[in-house]
Design a protein around this ligand. Structure first.
Ligand code: PLP
Length: 355
């Protein structure tokens, strides 16, 4: 979370704008929260340049919830194609198989999830209800640097992307997307809010068994207030959208500034890792994530000492995911360049002291 956002939320905590209420005490149907929610949506649309023909929905259930909610809404009893490029898309495929005929159309599993399968090699169905991919694999650290153009691949299916772990870190080419979903907790705000951006034409085709509170059309028709939305999380995410809109890098602002900063942050770390003889990153250079950077120490017996020293230097949460091992630096939007510089300085010193 950006520190400025946390400070603002803290100062508004007991009394929002002289209303005499905390945001947590407001009715979600009152005019105060109505304004907060409308502003959050407008700011998100402006930030991400979301076109008119998409709805922006504020939901609950997280990314894993969407793994079921998407097929319940979009599968229409038809086949769905999955591109499996790491843990998250693999989970998405398994969950969808409970609701529809979900099939594997491509995977990078043979490369141990270290390079994206080329879109030209994907075995897409002729009439899939949609194609699912995870645009940034948080655990394996692989990211689509460009979304595939399904039309150019001969498919008429809408593309569904799970952008949970890199939303708002770079622009989205909405012309290639049918639906995007993401939990807010990595780049946008507190846990509890899930953002769904969906084309109008995809609404209204849910299976009968789809829970009403998770039916995109019902949620859209009720302005994300069919049931009580996660009000506090929407408010804090709204503060983050404003913070993101205000960011600048030279002449760039908003998402363009964030992308510029995220390239600078990730290049600094990757360049250092590639130049070092102790550390390594196994991901192919053209699909390396700008947000999640897994790396390994050449001598794994040094892992505990590395983590202990990092903790002392104030560098936290560097242990890799248990399924991959090693280390992982998650350098989300709110991590300043100075944070990555501090990490690289520590890594350099640790390597020097062991040489
Ligand atoms: C973190 C993450 C999720 C999280 O799902 P939750 O249900 O919100 O815990 C889903 N997809 C990706 C790519 C993630 O990184």
């Amino acid at each position: 979370m950006p520190e400025a956002v946390l400070k603002r939320a803290a100062s508004d905590m007991l009394d929002w704008h002289g209303s005499g209420m905390s945001v947590m005490e407001m009715s979600h149907r009152g005019k105060e929260f109505g304004a907060i929610c409308a502003e959050a949506e407008a700011d998100f649309r402006a930030l991400m340049a979301v076109p008119e023909e998409f709805q922006v929905l504020f939901m609950q259930g997280g990314g894993l919830g969407e793994n079921a909610i998407v097929p319940l809404n979009l599968s229409q009893g038809r086949t769905v194609d999955f591109i499996v490029t790491g843990s998250w898309s693999s989970k998405s495929l398994k969950e969808a198989q409970r609701y529809c005929e979900a099939r594997l159309a491509a995977t990078n599993a043979p490369s141990d999830y270290t390079r994206m399968p080329a879109p030209s090699s994907w075995e897409l169905s002729t009439d899939a209800a949609y194609v699912h991919l995870c645009s940034n694999e948080t655990i394996h650290g692989v990211e689509f640097q460009e979304l595939p153009d399904l039309k150019a691949l001969g498919s008429r299916a809408p593309l569904v992307i799970d952008f949970s772990s890199h939303v708002a870190s770079r622009p989205v080419d909405w012309s290639k997307v049918g639906l995007a979903f993401g939990g807010a907790q990595k780049n946008l705000g507190p846990a509890g809010l899930t953002i769904v951006v969906v084309r109008n034409e995809l609404l209204g085709h849910a299976l009968d068994i789809c829970p009403s509170a998770f039916n995109y059309k019902t949620v859209a028709d009720n302005g994300s207030m069919y049931n009580t939305p996660p009000t506090w999380a929407i408010y804090v995410a709204g503060l983050t959208f404003k913070w993101l809109l205000q960011q600048t890098e030279g002449a760039l602002s908003g998402i363009a500034a964030m992308e510029h900063r995220n390239i600078a942050k990730s290049s600094l770390l990757y360049d250092f890792i590639d130049s070092s003889s102790l550390y390594s990153n196994k991901v192919a250079v053209d699909c390396r994530s700008r947000m999640n950077i897994p790396f390994f120490l050449g001598d794994e017996s040094l892992n505990d000492a590395f983590l202990a020293g990092a903790r002392e230097a104030g560098l936290l949460q560097l242990k890799g995911h248990k399924s991959v091992g090693g280390m992982r630096a998650s350098i989300y939007n709110a991590m300043p360049l100075a944070g990555v510089q501090a990490l690289v300085a520590y890594m350099r010193e640790f390597e020097r002291s062991r040489a």
